[in-house]
Ligand binder design. Structure first.
Ligand code: GAR
Length: 210
């Protein structure tokens, strides 16, 4: 069975979605950089080991990343899964987990990298928004894409209503991507991710619908 350490910073709804999916995955630890992250409670309830590595206790990003890597590596996981982990890593850290670290981001990458994606999507007037699961590379939110889900942007959307619509899709695509990963359905082809046995009969998403 493949193994993982999951990193969180907050609410943990993607962590919950991964746990609810009952993946064939040994989750060896959930690590939070915030002691008060509500997601820790979700891990506790499921009797998963938790660790807090508070970034405020470290004088530099390099020192924090070194402590984080040290903690992760004690569990010797196959994968590091970022589930709302809101810290930027050093390249050293990212390269240490080359092709083994996965992230979910609340936009249709490469659009809207970074923070406040829903506000920026509304300001840009896009009609389709969404979320992306990708491998992590030193290029912020720029790694090879595994899966995306799109949602319409509706006329009366607020940042929160749009975020909620996207989050519902996040909870579907993250377990799917991880299930592909742990069953070796994914392989890298240059900067791209190829997925074995996908169905070719996809339909279009058009927004607005009429
Ligand atoms: C999610 O929307 C996730 O896509 C986003 O943080 C939220 C965490 O929610 N991640 C990023 O913005 C990473 N750049 P959760 O704690 O409920 O899973």
């Amino acid at each position: 069975m493949k193994s993982a350490v999951i990193l969180i910073s907050g609410r943990g709804s993607n962590l919950r979605a991964l746990l609810d999916a009952k993946l064939d995955l040994d989750i060896r630890c959930v690590v939070s950089n915030r002691p008060d992250a509500p997601g820790l409670e979700i891990a506790h309830t499921q009797k998963i080991k938790c660790k807090i590595i508070d970034h405020r206790q470290y004088a530099s990003r390099e020192l924090f990343d070194a402590a984080l890597a040290n903690s992760i590596d004690r569990f010797a996981p196959d994968y590091v899964i970022l589930a709302g982990f809101l810290r930027i890593f050093t390249s050293t850290f990212v390269l240490h987990y080359h092709q083994r670290m996965i992230n979910i981001h609340p936009s249709l990458l490469p659009a809207f990298t970074g923070l406040d994606t829903h506000t920026r999507a509304l300001a840009a007037g896009v009609k389709i928004h969404g979320c992306t699961v990708h491998f992590v590379t030193p290029d912020l939110d720029g790694g090879p894409i595994i899966i995306q889900a799109a949602v319409p942007v509706l006329p009366n959307d607020t940042k929160d209503s749009l975020a909620q619509r996207v989050l519902t899709e996040e909870h579907k695509i993250y377990p799917k991507a991880i299930s592909w990963l742990i069953s070796d359905r994914i392989h890298m082809h240059g900067d791209q991710v190829l997925i074995k046995n996908t169905h070719p009969n996809a339909t279009n998403l058009i927004s607005p619908w009429n």
